[in-house]
Every structure is written in structure tokens, then in C-alpha cells.
Design a protein around this ligand. Structure first.
Ligand code: SF4
Ligand code: FES
Length: 269
């Protein structure tokens, strides 16, 4: 394959032309094109560079992921594209972004499932943009830490000679799905309350607070309930449910928030 990258400065717009294509290596089916147009949002707020889109023609196979398409662009056309990733297997939570308008993990989203020849990638909503697709997640991690995301025990329960903490399968079931959170931030990115209240704890933090409150080994519920029961806390949630809809790991933050409210209202102990 041979591509030509042309940049039109006055429009701030880049385009890659497909000059010739070889059939080898690509699977073209009625459902899956040989190549797609990848539109990448490029911006640098620190340098007052507003977001513009650059377009690239990228060869794809039916298993090509959006992250692979972005890395193809970095390798072949524009190495300056800022994108964060690590594991490439939906484990590290680094590659969250908006893909055709929807919060998704780029490494976990196949081009073939998007049903479009044009893929647009943009940074997540509700996070400050550092550059291009990379956002600043400092506040989300600070909030996560504020929820005390660890088991809190009495000193007297720990130490030599003490027995292990036993749990029944039901005890584990109470918090298990919430422990699958990879801190990707997609739930916060999809949350309409976060869009209007930058200080809102957010679905990620609230789901993690519930994860530990619901753990039978933990004694820190009182502390955490106090932390979430504040003006930018749990009561700001309007139960839009987007957080649960976009979570790539099957966590249901909207449900966690309702269950956490149950503790605060005295329905649950
Ligand atoms: S709850 Fe889901 S969407 Fe939210 S940070 Fe955790 S894994 Fe990501
Ligand atoms: S690269 Fe780790 S979750 Fe996508």
C-alpha cells in the first residue's frame, strides 16, 4: 500500500490519500472495508491550539482495533499523535476515549463492530485535555484515593495468631462486580452530572466507595459514608445510568450509588 499525507495549513486539516492498494493482507467483505478513514482530534490546550481533525486512510482487517488503527497512524503518518495505552487487553484502563461519540476503550473496540467506514476518535468528556487523545486523570485518581480503596480493620483483628477473614460466596457476591473496575474513567466521561459539576465525586469514586462498604471484612463504612454524603457527593447523582451503560468491565456504578444511598437512608446496615 502507498499513502500520501497532505496537510492543508489554513484549514488545520490533514488528509491521507490512498494512491494504490494491494489486496494482500486485508480482508474485504461486504461488511468490512479494506480501509477506513480515521479522524483524529488534535489539540493542545496548553499551547492554545484548538481541536481540529486530521484524517487518515488506514488499512484494516476484521480484528483490527481502534487502538491499532491509531498506532498505525503514529507509525506511518504522524508520530506526534498523543494517545495513552499500555496493556492492549482492557486491563490497564489507559486507552479510554470517545469513539464515534461513545466512551469506549480503544484497545477493546474492533473497527468491524462500529459499522462505519469513518471512525472519529476524540478525548473523553469531563476530563481536562492534555493533548490530542490524552486527558488528565489526576482528579479521578485523587477522588478514588479519597474513598479509602482498601480494607479497613480494627488493629485487634490483625497480627500473629489471628485467623483469616472468612467470607461466604454471598458475601463475595455483594462486592465482586465492583472490584472489576480498571479506573478507565469512561463512566465519569459519560456522566451528565460530571459535565455540570466538576467537583462531583462521580460514578467511579462512588462505585468504589460501595465496593468496600459492601465487603464483610471491612470496618470503614462509617468513614466512607461521611465522605460521600456531602454537597458534591452522592445526592448529586440524577440516575441517568450512562455510567453503567458505558462501563467496559460490567461494573454497574448506577446500582452501586443506589445501594450506597440505602446505607445512608438506613435501609441497609
Ligand atoms: S466503573 Fe467501569 S467505566 Fe468506570 S472507571 Fe471502573 S471500569 Fe471504567
Ligand atoms: S490499553 Fe489497557 S485498557 Fe486499553
Amino acid at each position: 500500500m502507498r499513502y500520501e499525507f497532505t496537510k492543508c495549513k489554513d484549514q488545520g486539516f490533514g488528509k491521507v490519500e490512498l494512491l494504490a492498494s494491494s489486496k494482500s493482507g486485508n480482508i474485504a467483505t461486504p461488511d468490512m472495508p479494506e480501509s477506513i478513514t480515521l479522524r483524529i482530534s488534535k489539540s493542545s490546550p496548553a499551547e492554545n491550539v484548538l481541536a481540529t481533525f486530521e484524517e487518515f486512510k488506514v488499512p484494516v482487517k476484521k480484528w483490527t482495533t481502534v487502538l491499532e488503527a491509531i498506532l498505525y497512524v503514529k507509525q506511518n503518518f504522524d508520530h506526534s499523535v498523543a494517545v495513552r495505552y499500555s496493556c492492549r487487553q482492557a486491563s490497564c484502563g489507559s486507552c479510554g476515549m470517545r469513539i464515534n461519540g461513545y466512551p469506549r476503550l480503544a484497545c477493546y473496540t474492533k473497527i468491524s463492530e462500529l459499522d462505519s467506514n469513518v471512525i472519529t476518535v476524540e478525548p473523553m468528556y469531563n476530563f481536562p485535555v492534555l493533548r490530542d487523545l490524552a486527558v488528565d486523570m489526576t482528579q479521578m485518581f485523587a477522588t478514588h484515593k479519597k474513598m479509602k480503596p482498601y480494607i479497613i480493620n480494627e488493629e485487634s483483628e490483625l497480627g500473629p495468631g489471628k485467623k483469616e477473614f472468612l467470607q461466604t460466596p454471598k458475601d463475595v457476591e455483594n462486592y465482586l462486580q465492583f472490584s472489576y473496575c480498571i479506573k478507565c474513567g469512561l463512566c465519569n466521561s459519560g456522566c451528565p452530572t460530571m459535565a455540570t459539576d466538576k467537583s462531583f465525586i462521580g460514578p467511579q469514586g462512588l462505585a468504589q466507595a460501595y465496593r468496600y462498604v459492601a465487603d464483610s471484612r471491612d470496618k470503614g463504612a462509617k468513614d466512607r459514608l461521611k465522605i460521600v454524603d456531602e454537597s458534591h457527593g452522592i445526592w448529586r447523582c440524577h440516575f441517568a445510568g450512562t455510567c453503567s451503560h458505558v462501563c467496559p468491565k460490567g461494573v454497574d456504578p448506577a446500582m452501586a450509588i443506589q445501594l450506597l444511598r440505602g446505607y445512608l437512608l438506613g435501609f441497609k446496615k
